[in-house]
Design a protein around this ligand. Structure first.
Ligand code: THU
Length: 134
């Protein structure tokens, strides 16, 4: 899928984020290979009146992908309704590590209009991470 289509899909998904408490909408897309084809799974942040139960968009996208057979994330995209691109939180970085073994795994953060974007890697986001497979 080209990045224009992926970002258009992400924008649709973003509108379905459930964030009545913070007002911060986040959507994430996880790319992965399955049976020789590239697949994309999406997720949004889901807040709760008991704030600590909130699930971030990245972990929501990863859970969906796992249910669809994803073994390894090849790329992660994060979009939010904030002016500047947001970066995955610390907890999500650790969960991404679980499924994106590659330190050079790309992470692309964009704002809703895609006018502002930031490209980084898992290795840059979480150096010296805890991972028994390394
Ligand atoms: N949020 C995410 O969905 N992903 C992140 O990596 C950072 C934060 C959400 C959680 C909460 O619903 C809102 O953003 C404000 O913290």
């Amino acid at each position: 899928m080209d990045s224009e289509t992926l970002h258009r899909n992400l924008r649709d998904v973003l509108s379905r984020a459930y964030s009545p408490y913070s007002g911060v909408k986040v959507a994430a897309a996880v790319e992965y290979e399955l049976n020789g084809e590239t697949h994309v799974s999406y997720g949004v942040n889901v807040e709760n009146v008991s704030y600590g139960l909130t699930v971030c968009a990245e972990r929501s996208a990863i859970s969906t992908a796992i249910g669809l057979g994803m073994k390894k994330i090849t790329a992660l995209h994060v979009m939010s309704n904030q002016q500047d691109p947001i970066s995955p939180c610390g907890a999500c970085r650790q969960v991404v590590t679980e499924f994106m073994g590659d330190v050079d795994g790309p992470v692309h953060c964009v704002n809703e209009s895609c006018e502002k974007s930031w490209k980084t890697t898992l290795g840059q986001l979480l150096p010296n991470r805890f991972d028994l497979n390394e």
